[in-house]
Design a protein around this ligand. Structure first.
Ligand code: ZN
Ligand code: ZN
Length: 275
């Protein structure tokens, strides 16, 4: 969705929070100064740390640089499933190097996206995506780092490939958007489910049912900024400082105290990312 509205007012602070998945470059950060400004806005409302996620090689280089510029930033690197057709030998070598950086806390976002093939020019096809996903799974296992999954309309194949390949110790489904059945299946495998602003969308009834049944130890919260701005700010730009809005929506759905849920998700982020 294009951002046509002005930036929303900051929410009331909620401490402590970690944004488990954002894209600082797509939010407009370009250098150490703009990264710090963005993190200052986040920190002012209790979001002390963020994981910035790459979807292509340029973004991966930037994510690692950003994580070295600012102590509050950690990185995740991979080629997005829609770009899996760019995973040639040179890309693999560079990703291996970047992913091994100590500031990189996950391999992602990888996975499967069955929405875009056929709609988006140059989008990787299903076979290429599955092959790329398998390669990223192996990389995560080699490095003993969490695997961060992007899943769009691919529930069945995602679980099948993970099972077939053998999942790494930690698997995070970023922006979990599936129903209660899929949530059950993921919980049973020990996967971690990260919820974004979509949980606050008016029509997201099935997703809220899913959010209710995730055990405390397996839940994270993220903005996926600049995308998926939470209700009632859809159409406005999203940024890590918006995370308390989503946390409060999620707490309401789960009938939990927001402060309690903030502590839980932050402890989980520290555990799974090792930060
Ligand atoms: Zn994604
Ligand atoms: Zn993302």
């Amino acid at each position: 969705m294009r951002n046509t509205r002005p930036a929303p007012e900051p929410p009331a602070p909620l401490f402590p929070l970690i944004d488990a998945h954002t894209h600082l470059d797509a939010c407009g950060a370009t250098d150490a100064e703009s990264v710090a400004a963005l993190l200052d806005r986040a920190e002012a409302v209790g979001v002390r740390e963020v994981v910035t996620v790459a979807d292509d090689l340029d973004a991966a280089r930037f994510a690692v640089r950003a994580a070295h510029w600012d102590r509050r930033v950690f990185a995740a690197v991979a080629l997005h499933p829609t770009r899996a057709n760019a995973l040639d030998d040179a890309a693999k070598r560079e990703l291996e190097k970047l992913a091994a950086d100590p500031r990189v806390v996950a391999v992602g976002e990888t996975g499967l996206d069955y929405y875009w093939p056929g709609k988006l020019d140059g989008c990787a096809g299903v076979e290429e995506q599955i092959e790329g996903f398998r390669w990223h799974i192996e990389l995560a296992k080699q490095l003993r780092k969490p695997l961060m999954i992007h899943n769009r309309e691919a529930d069945h194949d995602l679980l099948a490939v993970l099972l077939d390949e053998g999942a790494p110790e930690t698997v995070i489904f970023h922006c979990f958007s599936s129903d209660a059945n899929m949530a059950d299946a993921c919980v049973e495998q020990g996967y971690v489910l990260s919820f974004s602003g979509t949980v606050s969308f008016k029509n997201a009834h099935e997703l809220r049912e899913a959010a209710k049944l995730v055990p405390d130890e397996q839940i994270l919260v993220e903005t996926d900024a600049p995308f998926l701005t939470p209700h009632p700010f859809r159409g406005a730009p999203n940024e890590s400082y918006m995370l308390p809005y989503t946390l409060r929506s999620l707490a309401e759905v789960r009938e939990q105290d927001p402060l309690e849920l903030a502590k839980i998700t932050t402890a989980n982020a520290r555990r799974v990312y090792g930060i």
